[in-house]
Design a protein around this ligand. Structure first.
Ligand code: NAD
Ligand code: UD1
Length: 353
């Protein structure tokens, strides 16, 4: 009869139980990839993995393992024919990184190094890395382009992203078989429209949208707006918020590009559109019908007045563009929060709250 069966490609997703990882797994499975997740659940729940399967109707292989565990990585590479990896695993709380720099450097840098060693030794040399807009100094004019100035990070978390980028760049320079994509995310918010997966921060949220959602659900009394005396139209900080499902589809576009190219490249994943803190509050109130009480407070140390991306390179080369608007982001954040008032609700600290 003679036909070629289409080979299903297997993607290793480190940190796949986390916020961005879980949404990306859904997008990968819906695009026909097989998925292997490694996550030690330090900031996530195994329930997210069940929910990924529930949304997609497909099975994933899940390993509750620390990415720094080289022997465990070897076993996983022996068991699965992995074509490429998306490396989300990492600690990401800026304030915590200032308090615990060694834990952040250990976790975030050694995850990257151990994973790449295992990949090299198993002949899998295609990696996408979760970097951040935080690597830009922000001193260049907006929008930030991939060649805008980086460095001068204000906290250890930011340095781990900057240093991981450098490690991966050096690796690609030394061995031309590697394909390395550094994706710099701007401000992911929103949730899967099903409300089954979403962002589940530990304790009091540091970031704006989870904080607003917890005010809306009544877990927090009001939003503290960090300064209204910036040089912006309403005085509050401006950021490039992007729906997490758009970010997820950006990874699928990135895989296609990665498999056809060698060497290292960097792409922004943002919308190119900036919104202020008060724009977000207003959109959230309009879309949900829930009032968000707020008070104007002092500026937060280390905050820039305005950051937003140029998405032009990603559009031109990856053929990817964000589709969701701010109202979609607010609607889906709220849908997740409403359906899961305590997030996944199964971590030790959840019951202490
Ligand atoms: P998250 O905390 O929800 O997900 C990270 C996942 O990695 C968690 O499930 C955690 O349990 C896991 N993990 C951490 N250390 C691990 C280890 N040593 N071994 C195995 N698993 C480990 O965070 P997220 O928002 O989904 O972010 C994913 C990635 O994107 C992170 O690297 C983060 O730094 C980066 N990023 C996030 C944002 C954002 O605003 N959320 C912005 C820019 C970059
Ligand atoms: C934060 C991180 C940054 C990370 C980014 C995306 C800090 C200092 N920086 O930046 O490293 O890459 O998230 O994960 O934490 N705001 C309030 N009240 C709040 C919370 C936030 O007014 O309770 C304001 C902030 O001042 C800012 C905007 O809302 O203007 C967005 O804040 P946030 O969600 O923390 O994102 P970033 O500041 O971009």
């Amino acid at each position: 009869m003679g036909f070629l069966a289409k080979k299903i490609m297997t993607v290793l997703v480190t940190g796949g139980a986390g916020f961005i990882g879980s949404h990306t797994c859904v997008e990968l499975l819906n695009s026909g990839y097989d998925v292997v997740i490694i996550d030690n659940l330090v900031n996530s729940s195994a329930k997210a993995v069940d929910r990924i399967e529930q949304i997609t109707g497909k099975k994933v292989a899940f390993y509750e393992v620390d990415v720094r565990n080289r022997a465990a990585l070897d076993r996983i590479f022996e068991r699965h024919a992995i074509s490429c990896a998306i490396h989300f695993a990492g600690l990401k709380a800026v304030g915590e990184s200032v308090q615990m720099p060694l834990e952040y450097y250990d976790n975030n840098l050694f995850c990257t190094v151990r994973l790449c060693e295992a990949m090299r030794d198993h002949g899998c040399k295609n990696i996408i890395f979760s970097s951040s807009a935080t690597v830009y100094t922000g001193t260049d004019p907006m929008p930030l382009r991939e060649d805008s100035i980086t460095g001068g990070c204000t906290n250890p978390y930011g340095w781990t992203k900057y240093m991981s980028e450098q490690i991966l760049r050096d690796m690609a320079k030394a061995d031309s078989d590697w394909s390395v994509l550094l994706l710099r995310y701007f401000n992911p918010i929103g949730a899967h429209p099903s409300g089954l997966i979403g962002e589940d921060p530990r304790g009091i949220p540091n970031n704006l949208m989870p904080y607003i959602s917890q005010v809306a659900i009544g877990r927090l009394p009001y939003l503290n707006v960090f300064g209204d005396d910036y040089d912006t139209p309403d005085g509050t900080g401006i950021r490039d918020y992007i729906h997490v499902c758009d970010l997820a589809s950006g990874h699928v576009a990135a895989i296609r590009y990665m498999l056809e190219h060698r060497g290292e490249s960097v792409f922004n994943l943002g919308t190119g559109q900036g919104y202020s803190v008060l724009d977000i509050v207003k959109s959230f109130e309009r879309v949900t019908g829930v009032k968000i009480p707020y008070k104007i407070g002092a500026r937060r140390a280390g905050d820039l007045p305005v950051t937003y991306a140029s998405p032009d390179k990603s559009a031109a080369i990856l053929g990817w563009k964000a589709k969701y608007d701010l109202d979609d982001m607010c609607r889906d954040s709220w849908n997740w929060q409403k359906k899961n008032p305590n997030g996944y609700g199964d971590r030790a600290q959840d019951s202490q709250e």
